[in-house]
Design a protein around this ligand. Structure first.
Ligand code: ATP
Ligand code: MG
Length: 448
C-alpha cells in the first residue's frame, strides 16, 4: 500500500488586503468575472496557484486559475461559456474568446497534473476526491503555489507558509520532499524551472533529494517531459534553467547523450555554444520575438550529434552517411525520454545537416542553399557555432553578406557561370525539367 501522505499542519494565515501587493487591476478581467459570479451565487471563489505567486513578485501571470467549492456541474450552470473537461477528474473551462479560465473544485489527494496517473509505472492510483480548501492546498507541490486570493475580501489565504516563502524567495515542497518527488518526479524539474523563472532559491531540504532521485525522472511520461522542456527553455529563462539542471544532476537524465557529450568535451566549447544559444533565445522571448522548438532541440542535442558524428567517422563511415546516421541515432535515442514530435525533429535534423553545406561556394550551391526553406535557421545556428570555434567566422561573413546581396551581385561575385547554367537560367520561371531537378535536389538535401 502506498504510504499515507504526510499532511502538514494546515494552519490558516490570512494576509489582509492592505498587507499584500495584489491589486485587482493586475488580474485578468475575465478571471475577476468568474470569481464575482461564483461569489454572487453563494460559492467560494479564489484565484490560486501560479497566478497568485507571480502577482506577489510583481510578475504577469500567463494564466489565471480559479478554485472553488462549487462542483463542476454547478460551475457549468453559472456560465454559458463553460465546458467540462477531464474524465476522471472534471474541470470547468470558462471560455472568453482566446482566454480560458480554469475553474477547479477543491480536491483532496495529490495529483501529478498529467491526468493519467494510473498509467504511470503501475503505481497505485488514488482516486481524486473533492475536498476542503485545506486539502486542496496541501496536495499542491510548492508552498509558493498554494496561495489563495479570496474575492470576498481580497485577502490572501495561506495554509502552508507559502506567503513567507514567496517573500523569502524560496521554493519549498509541501510535505516530505522525497515522498513528493517519488509520487511525481516531474516536481524536480518544476523546482528547477520555477526557481529559474522567479529568481528563487530552492530551499535546502527541497533541493537535497534531487541529485539522489534524479534518475526517477527517466520514468516520467515522455510527452510530459517534452512540454516541460519547452517551458524550461522557451519561457525566457533558459540559461538559468540550464544551469539549474546542471547543478541538480537532472540534465544527464533529461538529455542523456548531450549530458555525456558535454562531460567529454574538455574544452567546454560545446557548453559555451549551448549557453550562447539559450541566451539568444532568452533575449528573443524578452523582445516578444518568436522562438522555435526545432531550433531549440537542434541546440540542445547538438553536442550529442557532434559526438555521434565523430564516433561514426572514426569507424570509417563516410561523412555524408555519418551525418545522416548520427542525426537519426541521436533523435531515436532521445525519444526514450522525451517525446519530440516529428514536426520538430525533422527541421531539427535539417538544421544540422545543412551545416556542412556552408563551406561550399559553388555558385549553384550557394543559390540553392539561400533558397532552402531552412536556410535562415541553419545560418543562425552557424552563427552560434562561432561561440564554440572561430573557424566558422569566414563562412558566417560570407553568408551574412550573401543574404544582403541581390542575385545579380551575388552571381557576379561568385564568378562566371558554367555554360548553359547561367544566372538567368537559374532564376527563370522553372520549366518542368527544372522543377523536377529542383525537387530531387530538395529531397537530397533533406536526406544528405
Ligand atoms: P507556470 O504556469 O508559471 O509554469 P504554475 O505553478 O502555474 O507555473 P501549472 O502547471 O500551471 O504551474 O500548475 C498550476 C498549479 O497546479 C500549480 O501552481 C500547483 O499549485 C499545482 N500543480 C501543478 N503541477 C503540480 C504537481 N506536479 N504536483 C502538485 N501540484 C501541482
Ligand atoms: Mg500556470
Amino acid at each position: 500500500m502506498e504510504p499515507a501522505v504526510i499532511v502538514p499542519q494546515a494552519a490558516l494565515h490570512i494576509i489582509p488586503r492592505e498587507q499584500h501587493t495584489i491589486s485587482r487591476k493586475d488580474i485578468s478581467p475575465n478571471a475577476l468575472r468568474v470569481l464575482y459570479r461564483l461569489r454572487d451565487a453563494g460559492f467560494a471563489g479564489y484565484l490560486v496557484g501560479g497566478a497568485v505567486r507571480d502577482l506577489l513578485v510583481g510578475g504577469h501571470p500567463k494564466d489565471f486559475d480559479v478554485a472553488t467549492d462549487a462542483t463542476p456541474e454547478q460551475v457549468k450552470q453559472l456560465f454559458r461559456n463553460c465546458r467540462l473537461i477531464g474524465r476522471r477528474f472534471r474541470l470547468a473551462h470558462v471560455v472568453f474568446g482566446r482566454e480560458i479560465i480554469e475553474v477547479a473544485t477543491f480536491r483532496a489527494n495529490s495529483d501529478d497534473g498529467s491526468g493519467d496517473r494510473e498509467m504511470e509505472n503501475g503505481r497505485l492510483v488514488r482516486d481524486n476526491v473533492y475536498g476542503s480548501i485545506e486539502d486542496d492546498a496541501v496536495r499542491r507541490d510548492f508552498t509558493a503555489n498554494a496561495l489563495y486570493y479570496a474575492i470576498e475580501d481580497f485577502s490572501v489565504r495561506d495554509y502552508v507558509g507559502g506567503y513567507d516563502d514567496v517573500m523569502a524567495r524560496k521554493m519549498k515542497l509541501i510535505g516530505d520532499p522525497e515522498q513528493r518527488y517519488r509520487e511525481d518526479p516531474v516536481r524536480m524539474l518544476r523546482a528547477v524551472r520555477l526557481a529559474a523563472k522567479l529568481g528563487f532559491e530552492i530551499e535546502a531540504a527541497t533541493a537535497e533529494p534531487i541529485p539522489r532521485l534524479a534518475g526517477l525522472l527517466a520514468e516520467a511520461a515522455p510527452a510530459r517531459l517534452f512540454e516541460e522542456i519547452l517551458k524550461l527553455f522557451l519561457s525566457g529563462h533558459g540559461v538559468a534553467s540550464f544551469e539549474g539542471l546542471e547543478r541538480t544532476g537532472l540534465l544527464p537524465v533529461l538529455l542523456p547523450e548531450t549530458g555525456a557529450a558535454l562531460a567529454a568535451n574538455r574544452s567546454g566549447a560545446l557548453r559555451r555554444m549551448l549557453l550562447e544559444g539559450l541566451r539568444g533565445t532568452d533575449t528573443r522571448v524578452a523582445n516578444d520575438e518568436p522562438v522555435s522548438p526545432a531550433f531549440l532541440f537542434a541546440l540542445l542535442l547538438w553536442p550529442a550529434y557532434c559526438r555521434a558524428l565523430a564516433s561514426l567517422q572514426a569507424q570509417g563511415v563516410s561523412v555524408e552517411d555519418a551525418q545522416r546516421r548520427a542525426a537519426d541515432r541521436v533523435t531515436l535515442h532521445q525519444l526514450n525520454t522525451v517525446a519530440l514530435p516529428r514536426r520538430f525533429s525533422l527541421p531539427m535534423q535539417e538544421i544540422w545537416l545543412l551545416q556542412s553545406r556552408f563551406s561550399n561556394r559553388q555558385r549553384k550551391r550557394v543559390m540553392r542553399l539561400l533558397a532552402h526553406p531552412r536556410f535562415r535557421a541553419a545560418y543562425d545556428f552557424l552563427v552560434l557555432r562561432m561561440a564554440a570555434s572561430d573557424s566558422h567566422a569566414d563562412d558566417v561573413a560570407f553568408w551574412r553578406e550573401a543574404q544582403t546581396q541581390s542575385s545579380e551581385q551575388l552571381a557576379a561575385s561568385l564568378g562566371a557561370a558554367a555554360a548553359g547554367d547561367s544566372y538567368t537560367d537559374e532564376n527563370a520561371p522553372p520549366s518542368k525539367r527544372r522543377r523536377r531537378r529542383r525537387r530531387r535536389s530538395g529531397a537530397a538535401s533533406a536526406g544528405e
